[in-house]
Design a protein around this ligand. Structure first.
Ligand code: ASP
Ligand code: MG
Length: 414
């Protein structure tokens, strides 16, 4: 999206964008519930744009159906298939609203003017032509847009990556200069950690874009990463709300004030594997060769450590998403000889556990306190990485929950 920065907090727009996730539109009763939430805004005089995900497990079911006819379908056809899930929800919601006496119209991503990159399955939005949406809104229609999809330069359907409906909603809200974007889901906000692991995790009233980005990419699983990046760029507040309970949720917004809580969230990511290249010669260019090979294959590398060279040899370890591990090993094994290394090994049974908080920048001793909490819980740390607002550790998968509990207990519970 290449439009000038829109300071949404000062906009006098009466447009609101509401997004409902798959569990919120899963059946007819839930659709009725969604319709009533939409009508609340509409009857209060707002122009309402609604973005929907596919119902329940539809996307997973479609993936499964595809696998039955072809274990290796082209990404183009996969996008054609997956985009249908959102079209079912959008039309059913429009019909539900019609049945409740409201004027609604459902449109696909391409009808909504959402242009994306040419690549399939994980395309980024490049631009949005909102004229069709504006025309419908000006005719007092409730506009329902299929999430997670767009159209590329040759007119093919593309999808935005799993969880991408959030990004559709935020991108539309930015382009429409909406007052705010509401993301309705089956949880009632962003919590300090996963309440299934720590039952007394607290709901945060607000969280900064930076913190949310770290949590989103660390496996907190509440918002699609790109939606938070976009909201930050356009300074658009996102409200994370429950579809089912009418209670206040969490606002993701710009926050200048440093909070009294240094650590605001603890995230766990089990979708990670550790790879090590053992016995790499202690010479310039070795790390470059390893990471350049992975970068060229579009494999994202996360935590990296390199041991100090000893006897002209060192070890390079890093983490990748579990789904990329096999390909990474396939690329690195044949390189062992060329690198002059001894071998490559990996471990899939690891968890990355992270503490996040904008207040960490100004506080010393956070790392020491984190390591103490883990040591008191007898949890061994395999790797450590830090940024200004985050400390991540890699632990055995079996220790992941214990690490979350120990860190939450040390920093958040009083
Ligand atoms: N239906 C898609 C998915 O399951 C997109 C979304 O729900 O945001 O990933
Ligand atoms: Mg989601």
């Amino acid at each position: 999206m290449n439009q000038a920065k829109n300071v949404a907090s000062t906009t006098d727009s009466d447009i609101v964008v509401m997004k409902f996730g798959g569990s919120s539109v899963a059946d007819n009763n839930k659709l009725k519930n969604v319709a009533s939430r939409v009508i609340d805004h509409y009857d209060a005089g707002k122009k309402v744009v609604v973005v929907v995900s596919a119902q329940g497990d539809t996307t997973d079911d479609l993936l499964e159906k595809a696998a039955q006819v072809n274990p290796n379908p082209s990404k183009r056809e996969m996008d054609v298939l997956l985009s249908t899930g959102e079209q079912i929800s959008m039309s059913l919601l429009a019909m539900t609203l019609e049945n409740m006496g409201k004027n609604a119209v459902s449109i696909t991503g391409w009808q909504a003017g959402i242009k994306t990159e040419d690549k399939y399955s994980n395309a980024r939005i490049i631009s949005i032509d909102v004229s069709r949406i504006m025309q419908e809104l000006n005719n007092n229609k409730i506009v329902i847009v299929a999430g997670f999809q767009g159209i590329n330069s040759i007119g093919d359907i593309t999808t935005l990556g799993r969880g991408g409906s959030d990004t559709t909603a935020v991108a539309l809200a930015c382009e429409l200069k909406a007052e705010f974007c509401e993301i309705y889901t089956d949880v009632d906000g962003v919590y300090t950690t996963d309440p299934r692991i720590v039952p007394n995790a607290k709901k945060l009233t607000d969280i900064s874009y930076d913190e949310m980005l770290e949590l989103a990419s660390l496996g907190a699983n509440v918002l699609h990463n790109r939606s938070v990046e976009l909201a930050m760029k356009y300074n658009l507040p996102i409200k994370v709300l429950s579809s089912f309970e009418r209670i206040s949720g969490t606002i993701v917004k710009e926050m200048n004030q440093v909070e009294k809580l240094v650590v605001r969230g603890v995230a766990r990511d089990n979708n990670t594997s550790r790879i090590s290249v053992i016995g790499v010669p202690d010479e310039p260019g070795e790390a470059f060769q390893i990471f350049d090979t992975l970068a060229k294959a579009n494999i994202n590398v996360d935590l990296i450590i390199q041991s100090v060279g000893q006897n002209h040899s060192k070890n390079v370890s890093f983490t990748v998403a579990k789904s990329d591990r096999a390909e990474a090993i396939k690329l690195l094994e044949p390189m062992v000889e060329k690198l002059g290394a001894l071998k490559v090994n990996y471990n899939d049974d690891v968890s990355k556990v992270s503490i996040v908080g904008a207040g960490m920048v100004a506080n010393c001793g956070v790392a020491a306190a984190a390591f103490k909490a883990l040591s008191d819980a007898s949890i061994n740390i395999k790797m450590i990485a830090t940024s200004e607002i985050k400390i991540s550790v890699l632990v055995d998968e079996k220790d992941g929950e214990g690490a979350v509990k120990a860190l939450h207990n040390a920093f958040i519970e009083e």
